[in-house]
Write a protein that binds this ligand. Structure first.
Ligand code: PAF
Length: 277
């Protein structure tokens, strides 16, 4: 496994002509969700590149950039046990040098759902991911479905900008009690860890309502919101959307997905589930 710390060095990596390169972009502090992406890339590709970069451009001014968990040595030890060929670990100064002026924005999708409480977030995400793709030049990019909006937005960007990368969305990895794995789960203190289960409870309850025949998005959302508020979670949004373009749905059908964002104490958690009956 080679650690690459500069952009020119990563750009200079010569992949064998026929090699299929799989790429996993991360912000580090790796958990089993990330490692499942690495494993999927390793299974399907000849070479695996993982980037570790806490991207300042996707944090708002009052967000957790300064306290975002980081442990490069631990991340390396975890990656060393997998089939990883390159770990790209650039500095913020090199990624956004003085005079940096270019941003990529996916209209509409970046402004709904998480984009309402995090207005600059997705501009930061699409810009860094396009830069990383240009630098790492993979054939496949592996992303988790936990941030379903991010996945949908990046698929749109790849389509709109004729990128030759294929984006592979991988299942959410959960703790035994259903809580979706997230680097930010370490912020959950005391009772909050237990309360945080309510996101998954609300999602699975919604799935159950659909299974027994309920189709009204309004009714399913109201029941999910009640589960969240009964568990002291502060709802940012609970929506049922069409999974292809994130447009809001009134009547649940086989393309519907429920997306939730809620604060459990200070941490803001997201999760989602397919409502396919
Ligand atoms: O999902 C993440 O960890 C980040 O948004 C990503 C895709 C690595 C871009 O910084």
């Amino acid at each position: 496994m080679q650690i690459v710390r500069s952009i020119p060095q990563m750009q200079a990596v010569k992949y064998p002509e026929a090699a299929q390169v799989g790429f996993v972009p991360t912000m580090g502090y790796l958990h089993e969700g990330h490692l499942s992406l690495v494993d999927a890339a390793a299974k399907n590709c000849d070479l695996v590149v993982v980037s570790i970069f806490v991207n300042p451009a996707q944090f708002g001014p009052s967000e957790d950039l300064d306290s975002y968990p980081q442990d490069f040595e631990r991340d390396l030890a975890l990656l060393q046990k997998r089939k990883v060929d390159y770990v790209f670990f650039p500095t913020a100064e090199e990624v956004y040098p003085p005079g940096y002026k270019t941003w990529v924005e996916v209209e509409d999708i970046s402004r709904i759902l998480c984009g309402i409480s995090r207005p600059e977030h997705f501009k930061g995400v699409s810009t860094i991911v396009l830069k990383l793709l240009n630098i790492a030049r993979p054939h496949f990019m592996y992303m988790g479905q936990k941030d379903f909006q991010q996945l949908t937005l990046l698929r749109r960007m790849a389509l709109d900008l004729n990128l030759s990368v294929s984006i592979v969305g991988c299942p959410i990895v959960r703790e035994a009690d259903g809580l979706a794995k997230s680097s930010r789960n370490i912020y959950l203190k005391g009772d909050q860890r237990e309360q945080a289960r309510c996101l998954y409870k609300a999602l699975t309850h919604s799935q159950e309502l659909v299974r027994v025949g309920e189709r009204s998005a309004g009714k399913i959302i109201a029941a999910a919101e009640k589960i969240l508020s009964d568990n002291q979670a502060k709802v940012d949004y609970v929506k049922i959307v069409d999974s292809r373009d994130l447009s809001e749905t009134q009547e649940v059908d086989e393309c519907s997905r429920m997306l939730i964002a809620a604060w459990v104490g200070k941490p803001r958690l997201i999760d989602n589930i397919s409502l396919k009956a």
